[in-house]
Each structure stands twice: as structure tokens, then as C-alpha cells.
Design a binder for this molecule. Structure first.
Ligand code: DTR
Length: 341
């Protein structure tokens, strides 16, 4: 009887020991779960790049990390994104820096009228610029990557063939694109991309200036039948992570994310450029949208009107103590290098 009792006691003891020692092993094998907030609808390019990044991180960390994505402003909206991630409302977030022009002066310089040929060149230029200057406005965040939309062009319910057509025309735009439209005599109206479909429907704006994948992704081609090529500014975007969350990640996971920085910038640029081409073809073939190239002389006149914008930026940025000429010089040089010139 005593023997049996001892055996029983031993078994209970062993079970307790085992359960205590098993628990931590089970916990440490559990995946790290991170939330990733984004503002526009799921099918649009900022969210497509988010899903691709999620898939790559999960694959490259062998399931050690799981990312839960929140498109469409379901966790944070465009303007609340940066502060929301700093405060830890989401672990990761993405927004366009053009929505807060005064806050991101260095990186928003890429939204000046440099005439980038496409989103790939602009994205790699922007990412290099960030890495070189590491602006202090990002000091509370770990920046994971940056990318740009394709150059903005004008689409409207009416044809725009010259400066007279543009005079006073209300077009939705923000950031560098809005500045360009003002210089050309149009009337830019600032609002997030997500509010534009309704504004177009109600006639609050007659059109917009943005990258042309939006003709298809937001179905603007159903209302705006005229596109004028402007090869205007890009919108710069950033993807960033809460600093405490970053610091708590294992080194090998940090390495995977660091390696993805440049690759993701490139991937997104290429995706964007291909998607713009698809959208143009779809708009022509199924929506009867007309595309208009400015005659050389007209284009030159427009470019001359835009030249002072960069000079103004240099003056302002210099007054704020930034190495403004060097920044502009770098954007031009990086852009040329990535364009293969
Ligand atoms: N054109 C800028 C940025 C932008 C371009 N495509 C999309 C798609 C979804 C959100 C933003 C953007 C803008 O209009 O805000």
C-alpha cells in the first residue's frame, strides 16, 4: 500500500514537473503576431504591396511570424497612421507622406516636379534618399521600406489641351501634385483618394491628378473620359513599425525585414508600373477614354511654369537648416542612375 502511494505521489509530482517545463517550450514555438494597418481599399496598390510583404515575411521566417493585415482604414486611417503606429495602435502601418507635407520635408522633396519616368525609378530613389539622410522625423519609428506611386497625370470629365482649359479647373490633388496644379492655374482640391469617387460623382471636382492605375482600381474611367499626360510628381509612401515592437523582435526576424527593404521598394515600383499599363489599356478598350499628349511647345511652356517650385523648396528647406541643394542634387542623381542614364 505504501509502495503504491509513493508511486502515485511520484507520478503526480512528475506530471507537475512536466507540465511546468512543457509550457515555456510550447509558448516559445508560438508565432509572433503583428498587425499591419493600411488606409485604402484592399485591391489598390498600397494594399497589394502589403499582402506581398506579409507573404514574404511569413515565408522567409518559416512561420515564426504571422502578420494580420487591416486594409481600408479598418484599424487606422491615412492621417492617423504615423501617430497611431508610434502609439502602438497598430504594429506596422503605411501611408503617403504627401498627406502631411510639413512633417516629412526631406522625403516629400521627391514629390517636387522632377519628371521621374516611372514608379520603379521613383521608389528606389526615395528609398536611397531616406537611407542617406535618415530624417529625424522618423526617429520614433523603424522604417521598413518606402515606395512611390507612378507619376501623376490629369484625368477629367472635360478635355484639357492647354493652359486655358486648365484655368480654374477643380481637380482633386494633394502634396506636390497640388502645387504643380496651382502653378499651372488649376484649382486643386485636397482630399484623400478614398473620398474622390463621391466628389467626382457629386461634381465637387471635375477630375483629378494622380497615377493612372486609379482609372481602373477606383473606376474613375467610368466618369473621367479625358486624360492629359503631364508626367507630374509622384506620391511618396512609407511603411514603418512601432519601435518597441521592432526592438522586441528576434535578430533573425529583423534581418529578414531589413533585407526586404530594397526588394519591396523595387517590387512595388514594378507592380505599379505594370498595373498602370493595364489600367490604360482597360480604360481605352472598355471605357473609351481618350489620351492626350501635349504638343512639344505646350509641354515646354508648362515645364517653364513649374521650374520655380524646386527653387522655392530649396529656399524654404535651407531656411529650416536642411542641406536642400544636396537633397535636390541627390534626387536627380539617384533618379538618373536608376533610369540607366
Ligand atoms: N495619388 C495619390 C497616391 C495614390 C496613388 N494610387 C493610390 C491608390 C490608393 C491610395 C493612394 C494612391 C493619392 O491620390 O493619394
Amino acid at each position: 500500500m505504501r509502495k503504491k502511494l509513493t508511486l502515485l505521489l511520484f507520478m503526480v509530482f512528475a506530471a507537475i514537473i512536466c507540465s511546468v517545463t512543457w509550457t515555456p517550450t510550447t509558448l516559445s514555438a508560438a508565432p509572433i503576431t503583428l498587425t499591419y494597418a493600411n488606409f485604402p481599399p484592399a485591391p489598390t496598390f498600397p494594399c497589394v504591396q502589403m499582402e506581398r510583404w506579409k507573404k514574404e515575411v511569413e515565408r522567409r521566417t518559416n512561420g515564426q511570424v504571422a502578420i494580420n493585415t487591416f486594409p481600408g482604414g479598418t484599424l487606422l486611417d491615412a492621417k492617423g497612421m504615423v501617430d497611431g503606429v508610434i502609439a502602438g495602435q497598430a504594429d506596422i502601418g503605411s501611408t503617403s507622406m504627401a498627406y502631411q507635407p510639413g512633417r516629412f520635408i526631406v522625403t516629400n522633396a521627391t514629390a517636387l516636379p522632377f519628371g521621374f519616368p516611372n514608379a520603379t525609378v521613383a521608389s528606389l530613389t526615395l528609398w536611397d534618399l531616406y537611407k542617406k539622410y535618415q530624417p529625424q522625423e522618423f526617429s520614433k519609428l523603424k522604417v521598413l521600406t518606402m515606395f512611390a506611386s507612378a507619376p501623376a497625370n490629369i484625368y477629367a470629365k472635360v478635355p484639357v489641351k492647354n493652359l486655358d482649359d486648365l484655368k480654374g479647373l477643380q481637380l482633386r490633388a494633394s502634396g506636390g501634385v497640388a502645387q504643380v496644379l496651382t502653378a499651372l492655374g488649376a484649382t486643386p482640391v485636397g482630399m484623400p483618394q478614398t473620398e474622390t469617387p463621391e466628389a467626382l460623382q457629386k461634381g465637387v471636382v471635375k477630375g483629378a491628378a494622380s497615377s493612372l492605375e486609379t482609372l481602373m482600381d477606383f473606376k474613375y474611367a467610368e466618369m473621367c473620359k479625358y486624360v492629359t499626360f503631364l508626367n507630374g510628381p509622384i506620391y511618396p509612401f512609407a511603411v514603418f513599425m512601432n519601435m518597441d515592437k521592432w526592438n522586441a523582435l528576434p535578430k533573425d526576424v529583423q534581418q529578414v525585414m531589413d533585407e526586404l527593404g530594397t526588394q519591396q521598394a523595387m517590387w512595388t515600383g514594378v507592380y505599379m508600373d505594370n498595373h498602370v499599363n493595364k489600367s490604360i489599356a482597360w480604360s481605352k478598350d472598355t471605357q473609351n477614354v481618350q489620351f492626350f499628349e501635349l504638343p512639344e511647345q505646350e509641354k515646354e511652356a508648362w515645364d517653364r511654369m513649374l521650374a520655380p517650385i524646386i527653387d522655392e523648396w530649396v529656399k524654404d528647406a535651407k531656411a529650416k537648416g536642411l542641406p536642400a541643394e544636396e537633397i535636390v542634387g541627390d534626387i536627380r542623381a539617384f533618379g538618373k542612375m536608376y533610369a540607366g542614364q
